[in-house]
Design a protein around this ligand. Structure first.
Ligand SMILES: *Cc1c(COP(=O)(O)O)cnc(C)c1O
Length: 378
């Protein structure tokens, strides 16, 4: 065996032994909230498409019409010829939704965070990151070459302590966190973060990937100068964005490498996002449903009240989480087990996401099944 093959084989077997090896599963998800997988139909509690906008007829129609009109690809980086006419409209919508003067759309949320942070800070600088922040915030922080300082999850006293100890040793400073934590479903204390950011001249970036479209704007959001998010969750399509001032956006347009050196999104994707934002604005009750359903579920299981449509049930070990996931699958539910390194060691979990397409009865059956699985048989 050559060294590459040997390396791959050894790594895989180490993952296998720790129940951490992952496999792709072919999944078809056109009949929300149902998915087809391995010949079985399951009710999915593992989609971030909270409002089923990926399959909404008006959104599909907008994507098809834009594709007919402008083609399937954008042909180049947006700074060359890839800035097709729909972008300006989408960016104006996003800026209006977030209350900023400008916005910039990236190819994906991951690309946004990987590009924004290194465009703003460098090796003489510092970034303070919540320990549970999304992987792409860490990727951006690492790429920036700034010093990365981790604060305990949502712990403002710890963050304040770290700012006092380290801020003055660096030139520019950022603070970055998810505003809705993707694997925990809880919310960041945005107003308290903004207080600390202002007091210590650290530029606050919040990642609202799981908030836009399904949660009200967090208190204090107006004081966040860098409001990042994605179009791939409740918006139903693909793409990332940042809402910020005109100057900051202009700088990112010039310097964010993951913006400059990549092709613009397909026109159909941009049109779909605009149609999705229209739908959300016109249907506030429907958009509120995922959170209401999550709360029904947490009440049924005596869990802490859901703060978002994401509800974690922490099991601990990866094999145990996989086992419960398989038992739920046998009962007709798709609930993916989330394992390290996506979550910290020892906190493998079931992650339930609730969508507007779920019926109350599905939920109640799910809650009863989970209860049964967690209660040890006498
Ligand atoms: C999903 C997610 C991202 C990545 O967004 P993509 O558009 O899927 O690349 C970034 N941050 C958070 C918090 C997310 O949950």
């Amino acid at each position: 065996m050559n060294s590459l093959e040997q390396f791959a084989a050894e790594k895989l077997s180490a993952l296998e032994q720790r129940a951490l090896r992952r496999e792709l599963q072919v999944t078809s998800r056109t009949r929300h909230p149902l998915v087809e997988r391995g010949g079985k139909t399951l009710i999915s509690f593992s989609c971030n498409d909270y409002l089923s906008l990926s399959v909404h007829p008006a959104v599909i129609e907008a994507a098809v019409a834009a594709t007919r009109r402008y083609g399937v690809g954008s042909g180049a980086s947006r700074l060359v010829t890839g800035n097709h006419p729909l972008y300006a409209e989408l960016e104006a919508r996003l800026a209006a939704a977030k209350g900023t003067t400008d916005a910039l759309v990236f190819g994906a949320g991951y690309l946004a965070n990987s590009g924004i942070i290194p465009a703003l800070i460098g090796n003489a600088d510092v970034i303070f990151v919540d320990e549970l922040a999304h992987a792409c915030i860490w990727a951006g922080a690492k790429l920036s070459a700034a010093r990365v300082i981790t604060f305990r999850h949502n712990d403002m006293a710890h963050l304040a302590e770290l700012l006092v100890a380290h801020r003055r040793n660096h030139g520019r400073a950022m603070m970055a966190t998810d505003s809705v934590f993707s694997m925990d479903g809880d919310l960041a204390p945005v107003a308290a973060l903004a207080d600390l950011a202002e007091a210590h001249d650290a530029w606050l970036m919040t990642d609202d990937a799981h908030g836009l479209g399904v949660l009200p704007k967090p208190e204090g959001a107006a004081r966040v100068p860098l409001q990042m998010g994605t179009l791939s969750k409740a918006i139903g399509g693909y793409g990332g964005y940042i809402c910020a001032s005109e100057n900051v956006v202009a700088l990112l347009r010039n310097r964010a490498r993951s913006f400059v050196y990549t092709t613009g999104l397909p026109p159909g994707t941009v049109a779909a996002a605009i149609a999705a934002l229209d739908f959300i604005a016109a249907n506030p009750d429907y958009a509120a449903r995922p959170l209401a359903l999550a709360r029904r579920f947490t009440a049924a299981l005596d869990l802490p009240e859901a703060a978002s449509p994401i509800v974690p049930l922490i099991v601990g070990g990866a094999p145990e989480a996989l086992k419960i996931s398989q038992q739920l699958q046998a009962a007709g539910f798709l609930v993916t087990a989330i394992r390290p390194p996506t979550v910290p060691e020892g906190t493998a979990r079931l992650r339930f996401t609730f969508t507007a397409a779920h019926q109350e009865a599905d939920l109640d059956r799910l809650a009863a099944t989970v209860k049964g699985l967690l209660t040890p048989r006498p």
